[in-house]
Design a protein around this ligand. Structure first.
Ligand code: AP5
Ligand code: MG
Length: 208
């Protein structure tokens, strides 16, 4: 099964992807996680991406498409993928169609996790992530509940940058809702409920 997770920053894409990985054994590809690792490692990609990410802007399509073309060709994707944070523009969506068609693996669904922007601003100001295992938590987690690692706040989770990320989502990424509706792949889930309740709907919608 190959799934695109769509949704504004903070909608809960990473949270739902982690549950899907545990349940369905799919391969989770988060372009945001790959880019943050590249920034940390100061690779060529990381050095090019950092300023865009710090501002809450999109990293240019050509860099992201090259990165995904390489990642989606790895053997661990054969069992099916959850694409979290990709595609984010129509150009990226068209490129993904061509990558999947080359691999002979069609997309099964584009799952939109729908949450009001004001709810998101509050959520992201209190998000914390584990430096060791990447667990997504909140400011109430003094240590990572999974591995005991240190929890940190992402550089782009301040209110000014979050508001820019939401504007960028509206302008560049939300047109993908119509794109995937047109392909008859869109499934919309109300993401403003308890994460486990949201997940129950996600599973139901995917027939898991
Ligand atoms: P990325 O890392 O993808 O960030 P994002 O899309 O802005 O999404 P987030 O990771 O912030 O949110 P999420 O939906 O995963 O929510 P989460 O589950 O963590 O991208 C970062 C940057 O990289 C971009 O700005 C861009 O610069 C660049 N980039 C990445 N991909 C790119 C691409 N394809 N093209 C160009 N540039 C790209 O949850 C958020 C919080 O809410 C957590 O605290 C969580 O515990 C909580 N929460 C989750 N679900 C619920 C719920 N149901 N109820 C209450 N709280 C909840
Ligand atoms: Mg995420």
């Amino acid at each position: 099964m190959n799934i695109v997770l769509l949704g504004a920053p903070g909608a809960g894409k990473g949270t739902q992807a982690a549950k899907l990985v545990e349940d369905a054994g799919l391969c989770h590809i988060s372009t945001g996680d790959i880019l943050r690792q590249a920034v940390k490692d100061e690779t060529e990609l990381g050095l090019k991406a950092k300023a865009f990410m710090d501002a809450g802007d999109l990293v240019p399509d050509d860099l992201i498409i090259d990165l995904m073309r390489e990642r989606i060709d790895q053997p661990d994707t054969a069992k099916g993928v959850i694409l979290d944070g990709f595609p984010r523009t129509t150009t990226q969506a068209v490129a993904l169609d061509s990558m999947l068609s080359d691999l002979g693996r069609p997309l099964d669904a584009a799952l939109l996790i729908d949450v009001d922007p004001e709810v998101i601003v509050k959520r992201l100001s209190s998000r914390r992530m584990c430096r060791e295992c990447g667990h997504i938590g909140t400011a109430s987690d003094a240590k990572c509940p999974v591995c005991g690692g240190e929890m940190y706040q992402r550089d782009d989770d301040n209110e000014t940058t979050v508001r820019n990320r939401l504007d960028v989502y509206e302008k560049s990424t939300s047109p993908l809702v119509d794109y995937y509706r047109g392909c008859d792949l869109l499934i919309t889930i109300d993401g403003d409920r308890d994460p486990d309740v949201v997940y129950k709907d996600v599973k139901g919608a995917l027939g898991l």
